[in-house]
Ligand binder design. Sequence first.
Ligand code: HEC
Ligand code: HEC
Length: 413
Amino acid sequence: MRLIGAASIVFVLMMAFAISQVAGASSRQLEASGIASGREGGLTDGKNIFRFDTFGDEQLWTDVLRMHDVISGIDPVTALGVGLKVDVEALPPSLVEALGRGQVDLTDPRVTIELLRLDAVVGVKGTINATGHLAKVGVTCALCHSSVDNSFAPGIGKRLDGSANRDLNVGAIVALSPALDEATKAEFRTWGPGKYDPRHHAFNGMNIVPLNSPSLPIVIPPVYGLRGVGFETYTGDGPISYWNSYVGVGQMGGRGSFSDPRIALFITQTPDLVTPKLAALLEYQLHLRAPQPPAGSFNPEAAARGKDVFGTQARCSTCHRGPNLTDVSSGPNDTTPFLHSPAEVGMNPAYAARSATRQYRTTPLRGLLEHPPYFHDGSAPDLPSVVNHYDRLFELGLTPGQKADLIEYLKSL
Ligand code: HEC
Ligand code: HEC
């Protein structure tokens, strides 16, 4: 990357920004009015909420964690290094060209501020004041549940809503906050990329309240392919909106109310900026389809044989059944999930013990190739490890050929 003088970088960016304003390029405004996408209102609202709404969580990320001070000193290379993604479609063409020619100094923190000004950092929303400083920062759902297709460069491309950001190191990012004590920072730093612990603490609008210790980080899941599943999270705690509210209020730190006596968590804040948006947000999530496996990524004949193994000798379909390959909705009624004890599926019980159900949901299988590692704690690094786990646990006695076919089938989902 060729470096050019700081003044000219900022000039390129300022020009880019000015051009985007003149062109009225706020595609979001167009989308919000339904013009750009041509979709019906609810879906577009939900998409905007998912991508851009902080629900007022600046009260956590700015007022308490002071992440705006931290981010002001972080250059784009460092930001990409902790897994943050850049939406290339939010950048004006002049900036894309300058980037392509290596004329933007990605080691200059001021470039980060300009990217935030352009709403180009996926899941991070910055407010830049008149003097060009980052006055406020907040996060959105897209931080953890969107990625990019890397079409421009690694970490820079078109948004892929619903894909888990498995590069995102939430623990390392939050550990930069000057507001946390050293012990907490050290603990967060152990989480690693692609993981987060939503049961460690909650924010009640004023304070970070401890929930469980030590932290047990779990794998950030994709949020596509959930239509018809019925009960969400690894532990089947409730429907999508239940969990959106849990995270939007207590984890992201949005201004809103959440209460669940099962886990003794009660947060009330007015005005509630979360609850009125849950319906549109739900609608958008239900429209996110699982990606098809890339052409040539699996062997179709072997996958067809593997499908057979899945339903017969490997007994996978006793639990992974129905259109979503989960039995979670085969409970007695609409409000009671059908779940499995940790021992039944050979899983560590510690995380489930902190949830409302204390059990695990049969994970709907979709887009598997896209999101290793597997199981809630990431204990299976790849698909062969998944198959070997069940082969040992259930003493299936699968032959190497059957295992290979089963893996091809899983790759095809
Ligand atoms: C800091 C990262 C992070 C953010 C931000 C975040 N989530 Fe999540 N999300 C997670 C993790 C981790 C889980 C896994 C929790 C579990 O299953 O117990 C999860 C689970 C989910 C699930 C359940 C998926 C399934 O397979 O059942 C949905 C749906 C979801 N999130 C939607 C959202 C929405 C909508 C928002 C914004 C309101 C959001 N998340 C914000 C990390 C995040
Ligand atoms: C007794 C019910 C049951 C059976 C039988 C079963 N599973 Fe599962 N499966 C589960 C549960 C519960 C989970 C969630 C475990 C966790 O996340 O800790 C799961 C998770 C998975 C995952 C991880 C998905 C992800 O996104 O992380 C895969 C892959 C999987 N199972 C494949 C299989 C295969 C292949 C078989 C047959 C060899 C099988 N399962 C048999 C209940 C079952």
